[in-house]
Ligand binder design. Structure first.
Ligand SMILES: [Mg+2]
Length: 389
């Protein structure tokens, strides 16, 4: 099995929404296709990847460093003992001559290619990625469905409480039982009114999470935490700068209910610093590392091993991003669930068309690979990268 071509394009992922920190009007994503010479059912196996929302397309890094390294490597050095592509060996080739630390957004570029390599490998093996992961790394055990929650509740221009409640009603109608909303972008009293409006719709604090997107300093985070503590919310997400571990440790002494963070930590080493120095609690807190943004699944496997060694169960992991890649990982490695974006970040957000959310859980298709072909709007983008027949 050899890589014969790698194609990449930049695709818009924009919308009018904003969180407490950024708006998404200029957001883009990279989409790549790794074309191989392996033939299944008369057609070459092609693996696809894209980067998760919130970081921009990585066209420059892909074109200048990571695609040339993969294409320049001796093909035999990229294979496992059965002659299939070995994503870990591909990862090592891509990361040749990269210094440790200072991960920046190269982890996003590598993550895009890593996703495509795993998609290609699973297709060549003719199994869904979740099944391949369960068999290789989880003793053959997997979940039948993943817990998912609807992430939304963004600030839109002119959006009032009624529109926010309508949005959340819509998520419940789609089959979700837990939702998440943005906070921290308006004064505290206004956010509390928004939270109470949503609680009227979802009915219980454990069915609502709030997300600050790293906006608060420690004093503000504690003040906000004290104000919401009585609601019994599912979790209080990214209250602080994602790299300020000491502040997380301080907040955890003042806010007893669950905290969540990690979507902006892009390496196993950063993930480890959080669990070593962030004061988070393995019995309740949630880790949201996004495999598509943080060097892909090869690195995520290292992160899960690291977490186990530090007393954290994979069940505490609920990856950011709302994409099918993380959903496969959540099921195959038995994580705690996965984020979902029912209405934003199209066509990259969301899952297979024929797998609806029921009672807040979603099943995965039995399609080989990650399952992109079973999501029509995303497949319409990816199929443009297919080799001509
Ligand atoms: Mg978040």
């Amino acid at each position: 099995m050899r890589i014969v071509a790698i194609r990449d394009i930049v695709s818009p992922i924009r919308s009018d929404i904003a969180n407490a920190y950024i708006d998404f009007s200029q957001m883009t994503a990279s989409v790549v296709a790794v074309v191989t010479d392996r033939v299944v059912d008369g057609r070459p196996v092609v693996g696809y990847g894209f980067n998760s929302n919130g970081r921009y397309a990585q066209h420059g890094l892909l074109g200048e460093r990571f695609i040339p390294r993969l294409r320049g490597a001796n093909p035999d050095t990229l294979l496992d003992t059965d002659g299939f592509i070995d994503p870990a060996k591909c990862w090592a080739a891509m990361m040749a001559n990269e210094k440790p630390g200072g991960h920046g957004e190269r982890s996003v570029a590598v993550g895009v290619l890593d996703m495509a390599l795993w998609d290609a490998l699973a297709k060549a093996r003719r199994v869904p990625l979740w099944k391949l992961l369960a068999d290789r790394y989880n003793g053959g055990v997997h979940d039948d469905r993943a817990w998912v929650y609807a992430a939304g509740g963004y600030y839109y221009p002119g959006k009032g409480l009624g529109a926010l409640q309508d949005e959340m009603k819509g998520y419940l109608d789609l089959g979700y039982s837990c939702v998440k909303m943005k906070v921290g972008g308006v004064p505290l009293a206004e956010d509390l009114a928004r939270i109470e409006a949503v609680l009227k719709i979802v009915g219980a604090g454990e069915r609502l999470a709030v997300d600050v997107n790293g906006k608060f300093d420690l004093t503000t985070a504690i003040t906000f935490g004290k104000a919401i503590e009585g609601y019994g919310l599912r979790w209080y997400e990214e209250p602080l700068d994602p790299l300020d571990y000491l502040a997380h440790g301080a907040l955890a002494t003042q806010y007893a209910p669950p905290l969540a963070t990690g979507e902006n930590l892009f390496s196993m080493q950063d993930a480890r610093n959080l669990v070593r120095h962030g004061g988070l609690r393995p019995d309740r807190d949630i880790l949201q590392y996004d495999p598509a943004l943080s060097y892909g699944l090869v690195e995520y496997l290292r992160t899960v091993d690291m977490l186990r060694a530090h007393g954290w169960s994979p069940r505490r992991c609920v990856p950011h991003g709302g994409h099918q890649f993380a959903l496969n990982i959540a099921v195959g490695l038995q994580c705690g669930g996965n984020e979902s974006y029912p209405q934003v970040f199209a066509p990259f957000g969301g899952f297979a068309d024929d797998c609806p959310v029921v009672d807040g859980r979603v099943a995965l298709p039995d399609a080989p690979g990650i399952g992109f072909e079973r999501k029509a709007d995303l497949w319409a983008v990816m199929r443009e990268l297919q080799p001509a027949p």
